[in-house]
Each structure stands twice: as structure tokens, then as C-alpha cells.
Write a protein that binds this ligand. Structure first.
Ligand code: GDP
Ligand code: K
Ligand code: MG
Length: 292
């Protein structure tokens, strides 16, 4: 059997998490139009008859402004070492910028084959796609170049077929029915964080974390208590909303999705707490599982 690891790297919002979910045909990574949605390395596993591909989704590489940001870069670079192949994801609908230079420079030192994946071609004309492919091919010695749409599944079957040819004969690392490598509790907290990102305004995203404080059974029903951490009182107010309307909506949307994944009805309670400056406190980040 062919098996190996593929790191997904690229600027925030290039579509890495969307592609990961599409490649393994299941939602394991949360997606939002806000940058820096993904904070940890997430492995998605795709097992076919002849192969096992392990895709490592990473936080987007960016210039760090705080401890969490620096940690996210470290995770992204670490994920891109010791893999068999790297997908460099590029959002074709935004211009080339210093963020792309930063990512390209970090790949230059590595001897691992890099695929250029030009994403979001559903938003581009044929001519524009051709121009971008030509421009990008001059910037690095890419092993392969693929125009795709992660959202519409365009060209993904071909991408998988070619990727397999870069894998060595190896062992099956995970059981064939396993699609990701982290515990349920983490998916649950991530789904709640996704709803917070989707439902609230610009100010919230980088200052929110979700911790599952309790998960247990009462009379057979699964009870989950989730704590949403924010940095300021004003953010707490936004998340709670008018007469609790926002936190209720966050809870309802998250509960529906968690029930779909777990296959049972659950009882979910969400709370909000202000923890000043949690992003700059390493011990807090460790507790939240963002760093080892
Ligand atoms: P990440 O930060 O690189 O993980 O990016 P996400 O996967 O979170 O996606 C960022 C945004 O781009 C989301 O709003 C996605 O729905 C959108 N997106 C991702 N792939 C595509 C695509 O192929 N086409 C279009 N039109 N949008 C996409
Ligand atoms: K994102
Ligand atoms: Mg992501």
C-alpha cells in the first residue's frame, strides 16, 4: 500500500480547511471567511483500496503579532517538515502579495516536492487562470501545478491520483474507518468556535477560545458544558447578545451540528467568561491545547 503525509500550507483564507474536508469527504476542519480560523494542526485521513493519504491542515502562515500567532506559524512550519509532499494553496481571486513571498521563502529551504494548488477557480475566467498559472510557475520549481475549486470539487480526483504517485510503499498508519486524529471533545469545541466566528462581528474572532469544561451523561443523555473565553467585557456582551439571543443562536447551531456528528441528541450549555490577555499567556494556551 502507498502511504504518506501531505502538508497543506498557504496564506490565511486560501481554502486549506475547505480542501482538507473535500479530500476526505467529511467535515473535520472548521471553515470561515475570517483569517486564522484554524489554530492547530489537524490531520485528515483518506484511505482508499491502494493507499492511505494523511493530509495535515495548518494554520495559515502569516506575520505574527502575538504569542498565539507565533505559535500558529511554528505549527505550520513544523507540519511542513517530515512530510512527503506539500500543497501550497493559493487563492486565485486575490493578488500576489508579501504574504505569498513569506510563504514561498519558507518553502525554498525544503527538499520536499511542492504542488502549486491554485484554488477558487470557480471565481475566475479561463484566461485569468492561465495567466496565474504562468506567473506562479516562474516563482518556484513546483513539482506539479493544479487549478482546483475546493468548494466545487473541481479537479480533486486528478489531484488525488497524482499525489498517490508521490507516495512510497508504506504502512497503513490509521485504521481504515478513521478520518481524523483528534478527540471528539476538540471537534465539539471547534464547532462552537466556528459558530461564534460565523455569527459575530469582525472584532470577535481572534479573541475567542472555547473549552469543554464538562462532558458527561445524565439519565442516558449527553450533557456538554462549553466555556467561551473572550478578552474584554465588550466582547462578552456581543457574544451574549440582546437578552441572550446571540449565545442561544450559537448554542442551537452548534448543537445541531454536534448531534449530526455524534448521532445522538445532546444537551449543550454555553457560558462566556472574560480572561484578559489569554492569547499572550502560554500556560493558558497549553491548557487550551494550542501548544504542547
Ligand atoms: P483557510 O484559512 O486556508 O483554511 O481557508 P478556509 O478553508 O477556512 O476558507 C476560507 C474561505 O474561502 C471560506 O469562506 C471558504 O468557503 C472559501 N473557499 C474555500 N475554497 C473555495 C473555493 O474553491 N471557491 C470559493 N469560491 N470559495 C472558497
Ligand atoms: K479561514
Ligand atoms: Mg483553516
Amino acid at each position: 500500500m502507498k502511504s504518506g503525509f501531505i502538508a497543506l500550507v498557504g496564506r490565511p483564507n486560501a481554502g486549506k480547511s475547505t480542501l482538507l474536508n473535500a479530500l476526505i469527504q467529511q467535515k473535520v476542519a472548521i471553515i470561515s471567511p475570517k483569517p486564522q480560523t484554524t489554530r492547530n494542526q489537524i490531520r485528515g485521513i483518506r484511505t482508499d483500496e491502494d493507499s492511505q493519504l494523511i493530509f495535515v491542515d495548518t494554520p495559515g502562515i502569516h506575520k505574527p503579532h502575538h504569542e498565539l500567532g507565533a505559535q500558529m506559524n511554528k505549527e505550520a512550519f513544523a507540519a511542513a517538515s517530515g512530510v512527503d509532499c506539500i500543497y501550497l494553496l493559493v487563492d486565485g481571486s486575490v493578488p500576489f502579495g508579501s504574504g505569498d513571498e513569506f510563504v514561498l521563502a519558507s518553502l525554498k529551504e525544503k527538499k520536499i516536492p511542492v504542488f502549486l494548488i491554485l484554488n477558487k477557480i470557480d471565481l475566475l475566467s479561463r484566461d485569468k487562470i492561465m495567466d496565474l498559472l504562468i506567473e506562479w510557475s516562474k516563482r518556484h520549481d513546483f513539482a506539479e501545478i493544479f487549478p482546483i475549486s475546493a468548494k466545487e470539487n473541481t479537479n480533486l480526483a486528478e489531484l488525488i491520483t497524482i499525489t498517490k504517485t508521490y507516495m512510497e510503499d508504506g504502512i497503513q498508519y490509521y485504521p481504515e474507518d478513521q478520518v481524523c486524529d483528534y478527540p471528539e471533545q476538540f471537534i465539539i469545541s471547534e464547532l462552537i468556535r466556528e459558530k461564534v466566528l460565523l455569527l459575530t462581528e469582525e472584532e470577535i474572532p481572534h479573541s475567542v477560545a472555547v473549552v469543554i469544561e464538562r462532558m458527561g451523561r445524565k439519565k442516558g443523555k449527553l450533557l456538554i458544558n462549553a466555556m467561551i473565553l473572550v478578552e474584554r467585557n465588550s466582547q462578552k456582551g456581543i457574544i451574549i447578545g440582546k437578552q441572550g439571543s446571540m449565545i442561544k443562536e450559537i448554542g442551537t447551531q452548534a448543537r445541531k451540528e454536534i448531534e449530526g456528528i455524534l448521532g445522538e441528541t445532546i444537551y449543550l450549555e454555553c457560558f462566556v467568561r472574560v480572561e484578559k490577555d489569554w492569547r499572550n499567556r502560554k500556560s493558558k494556551l497549553q491548557q487550551l491545547g494550542y501548544i504542547q
